[in-house]
Design a protein around this ligand. Sequence first.
Ligand SMILES: *Cc1c(COP(=O)(O)O)cnc(C)c1O
Length: 425
Amino acid sequence: MKEDAYWIKDTVKAHTKWFEASLPMIASENLMSPLAKEMMISDFHDRYAEGLPGKRYYRGNIYVDEVELKCLELAKKIFKCQFADVRPISGTVANMAVLFALTQPGDTISTPELASGAHISTAPFGAVGMRGLETIHYPWDYKNWNLDVDAAIKFIKKEKPKVAQFGLSVFLFPTPIREIQDALQEAGSVVWYDAAHVLGLIAGGKFQDPLREGVHIISASTHKTFPGPNHGILIGDNLTDELQAKLQKAAFPGVTSSHHLHAMAALAVTMAEYEIYGKQYASQVIKNAKALGSALYEMGLDVMCPHLGFTESHTLAVNVAEQGGGSQVSIDLEKANIICNKNMLPGDTSSVKPSGIRLGTQELTRVGMEESEMEEVARLIYRVVMKKEDQEKVKKDVWELKKDFTKIRYCLNEGEEAYSFHDIF
Ligand SMILES: *Cc1c(COP(=O)(O)O)cnc(C)c1O
């Protein structure tokens, strides 16, 4: 019905206004550039392409092929690699492609555990388990939020996993791949790194350089620290022709049919922009996360890993068990327009009532906030979490701070509205 159609539009508009007035701190979200957004509502959205550029199954892909070849060229350039496939339509779908390409049901895969910050797609009940794989978990150093290197070396040599998978959703510190590389080689494991969260930091040269440290294949989302469309990517270096062909077959027809051409074009635009702005953006994201971590810690919040400077990425993990737990605290923060998620911390057994929250600085950085604003953000969080102040009152001050940070930065057309709704009708 007409009323329903317009009601939906109004509701989405209301959401957009809400986020403009908020501090969005979900570590997996970001804002697209105006040029990338244009691609999302282009005619590319209405089309199909199957296969690789120049070898499509459908006609009508003359321009699509040109854009996809440019997208692949840019991916190889910014990730310094020989292989890229931009067809997976999300990070999870990219992971499924890797699983199809590298594994058979019954194979053994090593992964970090969920309570260590891993993603559900690599959990025994996620895509990895559904592929029928035997999952084993690395020995973990909970204090340092990372692999226990010595124990992991012994573990890899003993278990010889067919695939060794790394990467986290609460990704505070680089994974010491270089330190365990000899063991991985000795075990003959294919090394797979899920960079969903940290792709933008890697592209900006700031977190770690997995392909130079012993990783064979990277899968990722392109919309977390990398500020592109909701989409996925596979990249690799020094892969055999056989492995490249397997990955390409897994991407299509394994896990996609058409690959969301509008998002592929938006990804290409974001990569072109990232060549110009990526280094500066990634560097400020990390500076902001460190600044927010120390400000919160000084105000008495139990931010994880103070002895390591809290984080080397965009993410902070905060233990709020004593303030009501991650679930309640994230609800309270939302009432003050501070948007984050509850998160499991080491030792937690319940993902429904975990003791932590996770905070990310990538979106606040994208709208121009710097270290001094992180102090103010910390103060607002403190008032809700520690002082239990009236959330409506804090919400007003959230808007006072945010209203000067509603324009997009680190992209072409800097200064345009970051939270615009493209009202056409
Ligand atoms: C977010 C995430 C994914 C999934 O990405 P989607 O694009 O949402 O499908 C995969 N792996 C990790 C580590 C993630 O954090």
